[in-house]
Design a protein around this ligand. Structure first.
Ligand code: XIL
Length: 343
């Protein structure tokens, strides 16, 4: 493998991090073949990017489509990788049979039944093989309320979250159960996350960890926010996974259709951002037990369609030709002087 620095990359990202945390990547079953070399060399954890989402895995009531998720779990088992299941409940990528206006699932009782069936079937099928589940994803409201007004919330009420964790626990008592969120580096959101987790813990809901998504950019966030968020969650006594890390070349508010002549400068800033983030994560490796990137290489990233549809981004550690980027070398360099230290 030829790197930007002109020598063959014989090191392995996940081996370099062996004493710290697992290194993961989000993939779908269809990606495994293309990325197999990189996955084998550099990653010891995988997350399902889309194959386990509700609309894909449970397209009709009582009918599950296991093909893709089975392939992924079999791959993880066979190659000895830690497997993160993503995600049991999320308000997006939901099937019409639950969310359409003419759905016949309308009562609390029936909705709970659907939810239980969904969680129990999936978690028990992969018992002992999927090590960890994002039981609920993005359930905190970003604006006025406290919890997001999802279908589950509207019909069941606030305790749908408690129930979801209990159903998962019953189906696989050994799986690690997570709540996964974004923007928790922002003060208000962080408070809400902690309030929810404290409530759950008080009610003895089986929750083991908080997932920090980590969709960042070359200009966001500040390292002191990254630290403060980790420290705050650690005080709750839970473990932390960085679940969806990527570093966009565009600031979030920047809606230009493509990059300009400053692309090299942006790549440099990305490299530095990655260096600093991993430097902080290493310092908290007693609580941060997994750092997962939201993809493997820049040839396939969700940021090509978000927040601007069809705009090419390059937020990962391998480039469009699956070659190591400078950012990859940066995170494998501990104490690299050219980056300074995290402030
Ligand atoms: C994204 C996938 O990467 C895309 O392929 C898909 O089209 C939409 O969802 N937060 C999450 C992930 O929790 O599930 C999302 O994944 C990205 C944002």
């Amino acid at each position: 493998m030829e790197g930007k620095r002109g020598f063959e990359l014989t090191k392995s990202l996940c081996k370099e991090y062996k004493g710290f945390f697992k290194i993961g990547a989000a993939v779908d079953a269809e990606d495994i073949f293309r990325y197999q070399g990189i996955l084998q060399q550099h990653f010891n954890s995988i997350t399902s990017e889309n194959d386990m989402k509700f609309e894909k895995i449970h397209p009709e009531r009582g009918r599950f489509a296991w093909d893709a998720s089975d392939k992924l779990v079999e791959y993880a088992t066979r190659s000895g990788k830690y497997m993160r299941g993503h995600t049991l409940l999320w308000h997006e990528q939901m099937p019409g049979w639950i969310c359409d206006e003419n759905t016949d699932i309308l009562t609390r009782e029936d909705t709970l039944k659907v939810m239980e069936e969904h969680i129990s079937e999936i978690v028990s099928r992969y018992k002992g093989r999927v090590n960890c589940w994002d039981v609920v994803n993005e359930v905190i409201d970003n604006d006025d309320g406290f919890l997001r007004k999802t279908r589950w919330f509207d019909i069941i009420g606030e305790d749908y979250i408690d129930k979801a964790f209990h159903y998962a626990r019953e189906a696989d008592p050994k799986a690690q159960l997570f709540l996964n969120e974004f923007n928790g580096n922002q003060q208000e959101k962080q408070e809400r996350i902690c309030t929810l987790v404290e409530r759950l813990k008080k009610k003895r809901v089986p929750i083991h960890g908080i997932g920090i998504q980590g969709h960042y950019s070359i200009a966001y966030p500040k390292m002191e926010e990254v630290r403060a968020e980790i420290e705050r969650y650690a005080r709750l006594g839970l473990q932390i996974h960085i679940t969806e890390l990527d570093v966009s070349l565009f600031e979030y508010s920047d809606r230009r259709p493509h990059l300009g002549v400053d692309v090299f400068e942006r790549q440099k800033r990305q490299e530095e951002m990655y260096y600093r983030l991993f430097e902080v994560y290493r310092q908290y490796s007693d609580v941060v037990t997994n750092v997962t990137l939201w993809g493997v290489a820049d040839d396939d990233t969700w940021l090509d369609d978000f927040p601007v549809k069809g705009r090419k981004d390059a937020p990962l550690l391998f480039d469009v030709d699956l070659k190591p980027k400078a950012a990859l070398y940066a995170v494998m360099e501990f104490g690299g002087e050219q980056y300074g230290t995290a402030s």
